[in-house]
Design a protein around this ligand. Structure first.
Ligand SMILES: [Zn+2]
Length: 487
């Protein structure tokens, strides 16, 4: 086994036609393969403990090949690959992580430690490299938290075959992976009997994304594929409702204590399944009707398949996971205590603290800054809704945990969905009637902060529900990432 691996690596390096020298160093990349570095990220607030887990050789590198240095400066973390001999920088990539969110929570501040599994992927190097992980401080400056030499010829580099039962669905292929944003939608909570539903769902969500600007105008630079590892059971975990399911990717509601926050801590399983197709961005689609999702920049996004808001959630979370956009809402209950530290301008393109009195999208502004938008009236509507939504969620959880008749549970679930729909319709009408509607300015309230942080427009798909357009700042942010991700 060890000998076979060594020979395989040596042959590929020798014959690959895709070898290109890295900048100012002796190390080349073999773009016919991808280096996957898995590690564990452990700690509480104020500490970072990183330990290497496994290293893999996977399929062809799906990203750009011409410029491998990340020019975006997004994310709370940055991965760097250096030539081990010269120290020359070969590859960099900013990202956010589940751990990065964990360490901003109250339990983490109290000293509780957790461990999260993370992955960094790079083109496959042909010589010794140094893998460096850096963390962004509140002041925006990166500091090193981990460094490890990696030998791509090490016999411990894994190269396992893909599971036989994995299904790949091609919903839209815009072109060569190096020239496209390759989106993979993974299925969770779909049994083998649900394979046709999975394929239909992938096509439906691909259409939702590709029908939305700015993606609609560049479908030749976008690909959307589905990858399914069938689950033993449907749905996913819903801890506060007493529901526990055995699913392939381990998705669960109530992540970090928020009822609608849907994530998984099983990153290794996700990566083992995802490698069946080329991917730049991963979305996990959970076969479920409940409202929820999540999106972490350059990690993964989640959404459910069958809620009335599912298409909106998919695109909204894609905004986080692909483009590193911030949430523009601010009053909904969240678990973060200091997500955007006071006194520092957030890196995200769609929120600002107005340093020097101007937003980062100043050239797009066509009204007063800051922009009056009758915030107090909006806040009153939101406070009332949040209270009613909290009561609705508590009622549903109580009924389900208490084993109430299904008809009673279904009635409570339907009432919760109705409440959400009516509230959003009321908001949409309120936005449309506001004199600032359609203007680009600086609207106070964004990034979980009710004051001091501003968004670009009165409404946006990153602010309230509905398959509505990205605001001007978000659209620009999305296009910037597309440019960085494709040759
Ligand atoms: Zn926006």
């Amino acid at each position: 086994m060890v000998t076979r691996l060594l020979v395989a690596v040596a042959i590929v390096v020798a014959v690959s036609s895709a070898c290109v020298s890295g900048p100012a160093s002796g190390t080349a990349f073999d773009f016919d393969a991808t280096l996957r570095i898995d590690y564990h990220h452990t700690g509480a607030a104020g500490e970072e403990i990183v330990a290497l887990d496994r290293v893999y050789r996977e399929g062809s590198w799906p990203g750009p090949r011409a410029d491998l240095i990340d020019g975006l400066d997004l994310g709370r973390y940055r991965a760097r690959l250096l030539d081990a001999a010269s120290g020359a920088e070969l590859y960099t990539r900013g990202f956010d992580s589940y751990y990065g969110e964990w360490k901003t929570t109250a339990p983490a501040a109290a000293g509780v430690r957790r461990t999260y599994h993370e992955t960094v992927r790079t083109p496959f190097p042909t010589d010794l490299v140094t893998f460096v992980l850096e963390m962004r401080g509140d002041d925006g400056v990166f500091s090193e938290v981990f460094r490890q030499t990696i030998d791509p010829a090490d016999p411990e580099v894994r190269e396992d075959p893909i599971d036989d039962d994995i299904v790949v669905v091609e919903a839209h292929v815009g072109g060569d992976p190096a020239a496209c944003v390759d989106v993979v939608i993974l299925g969770d909570g779909y049994t083998a009997a649900d394979t046709d539903k999975f394929a239909a769902d992938v096509h439906r969500f691909a259409a939702a994304l590709l029908g939305q600007e700015p993606f609609a105008s560049m479908t030749d630079r976008m690909s959307v594929r589905g990858v399914l590892k069938p689950s033993q059971q449907r749905g996913c975990d819903e801890p506060t409702r007493g529901v526990h399911r055995n699913t392939a990717l381990g998705c669960t509601f109530n992540s970090l204590g928020s009822s609608r926050y849907l994530l998984t801590e099983d990153n290794r399983f996700i990566r083992d399944v995802a490698r069946a197709a080329p991917y730049d961005v991963l979305s996990v689609m959970v076969n479920h009707e409940r409202y929820g999702g999540g999106g972490i920049y350059n990690l993964f996004n989640t959404f459910t398949s069958d809620n009335q808001w599912s298409e909106y959630v998919f695109v909204h979370e894609f905004g986080h996971g692909f483009s590193g956009l911030a949430d523009e809402y601010y009053s909904s209950s969240t678990s973060y205590t200091d997500f955007y530290p006071e006194g520092y301008e957030p890196a995200e393109r769609n929120i600002t603290r107005l340093p020097g009195g101007a937003p980062k999208w100043a050239d797009l502004v066509d009204t007063d800054v800051p922009t009056a938008w009758n915030k107090a009236e909006y806040d009153a509507m939101d406070v009332e809704y949040q209270a009613r939504r909290g009561e609705s969620n508590a009622l549903i959880a109580g009924l389900m945990r208490g084993g109430a008749p299904q008809a009673e549970v279904d009635e409570a679930l339907a009432a919760g969905e109705e409440l959400s729909l009516i509230h959003q319709q009321k908001l949409d009408a309120w936005f449309a009637a506001n004199s600032a509607f359609g203007k680009v300015g600086a609207f106070e309230g964004a990034g979980y902060c009710t004051s001091g942080v501003y968004r670009a427009e009165i409404d946006c798909i990153m602010f309230t529900k509905g398959l509505k357009r990205f605001c001007a700042a978000c659209s620009r942010g999305v296009l910037e990432v597309v440019g960085e991700m494709t040759d």
